[in-house]
Design a protein around this ligand. Structure first.
Ligand code: ADP
Ligand code: MG
Ligand code: MG
Length: 352
């Protein structure tokens, strides 16, 4: 019997396109002898598109591309996803290949919990805590993980005491600093600031994407990442380094230019790697993760390691960091997907 995988992709987020690319790659890599793939497309407006293929398997990327059909709100589609004792329902497992808000942030995970369906990746808590950079950093601080200094504001605080907000940033962090929307990814809305006027522009920009923003002390550091995979016994991959050709690893460098170098394994000492691995696992546990995360670090010239963030649904094309890290650790892309599907089913069975 083939495992029926519901592939959720697209999504109401700035990372919609990235998710589309990933879905294509996953479909290409899945062993169609073992898996039956059912794509479920979520439009940028948040409509769930129930194509004709929702009830039947898809065998090629072409079929995914013509994913047109009746556009429905998720609640209308929910009964289709339902399984009960008699009817196992159309899916054995859901693979939410969604990045950013409304996908990587616990909302979709909550729906899948209610539907009692196993799904790949992090649960509600880890997904939502990981999406909010302020909450994530507060949890990491509590776990004793080293981080750069940060402050945060909600929009009303900034609107009411604009100058005081800038003063606080200058007093506590200084320049350079990074201004980021609290709930986003892929570097969307992030600016590096060198002075007050840039800071003002960066606040305005970041508040366009979110009602909460975080400002961090800017460090001059190498960017080292590692993949963590597992449920109760998480394992860490080799480390990799990102070398962006631009000022920082912005959206364009991530998805458009493609000339950012990934060095795997990263050239770091054994001691540095062992510290990084311990921190990655600690972060995974602190946030109550399951399935997978990519843990991202800053390594300064002095050898100081800071955790920057974890991504609960990291970039997942075969050329993305997370799959490449595991490839170098000995897990090829199709195997990686299989492992994640198995971890999802294992977690679900443990809960029953
Ligand atoms: P996202 O979740 O969008 O990836 P990040 O916090 O990872 O957001 O920031 C994106 C990029 O901006 C990082 O990969 C790094 O290049 C740069 N950056 C972010 N914060 C800092 C910082 N505090 N110091 C130096 N560079 C930073
Ligand atoms: Mg991120
Ligand atoms: Mg990042």
């Amino acid at each position: 019997m083939k495992t029926k995988v519901g592939l959720l992709y697209g999504g109401k987020s700035a990372e919609h396109k990235v998710s589309m690319q990933t879905a294509m790659a996953v479909i290409k890599a899945l062993d169609l002898e073992k898996y039956e793939i059912h794509p479920i497309y979520i439009s940028e407006e948040g409509q769930w598109v129930k194509g004709p293929q929702l009830h039947g398997p898809v065998s090629s990327v072409k079929e995914l591309e013509f994913s047109q059909g009746e556009a429905l709100p998720p609640t209308a589609l929910a009964p289709t996803l339902f399984r009960d004792a008699q009817d196992k329902g159309p899916f054995d497992v859901i693979f939410p290949l969604l990045h950013g808000p409304n996908g990587e942030d616990g909302t979709v995970q909550g729906l899948l919990e209610l539907l009692n369906l196993p799904y790949v990746g992090n649960g509600v808590l880890a997904s939502s805590a990981g999406m909010d950079k302020v909450i994530m950093k507060n949890i990491f601080a509590q776990a004793g993980l080293p981080q750069v200094k940060y402050v945060w504001f909600i929009r009303s605080e900034w609107e009411n005491e604009t100058e005081a907000a800038y003063d606080q940033v200058e007093k506590e962090l200084g320049y350079p600093c990074f201004v980021k929307p609290a709930n986003l990814g892929s570097s969307v809305g992030i600016s590096k600031c060198m002075n007050r006027s840039e800071l003002e522009g960066a606040f305005k920009e970041a508040f366009q994407f979110d009602r909460k923003i975080i400002i961090e002390e800017g460090v001059s550091a190498r960017e080292i990442e590692a993949g963590v995979m597992g449920n109760d016994y998480p394992e860490c991959s080799v480390a990799g380094e990102i070398v962006p050709k631009v000022e920082f690893y912005d959206y364009k460098a991530k998805y458009e230019d493609g000339d950012t170098a990934l060095i795997i394994p990263a050239e770091i000492s054994e001691i540095e790697f062992s510290e990084l691995r311990d921190m990655a696992i600690k972060a995974f546990k602190a946030l109550d993760c399951s399935g997978l995360v990519r843990a991202d670090f800053f390594l300064t010239r002095e050898g100081k390691l800071y955790i920057n963030e974890v991504n609960t649904m990291p970039g997942f094309t075969p050329f993305s960091m997370f799959p490449l890290l595991w490839k170098h650790t000995g897990v090829e892309y199709p195997q990686l997907i299989e492992k994640l599907v198995n971890l999802a089913i294992e977690r679900h069975e443990e809960k029953q």
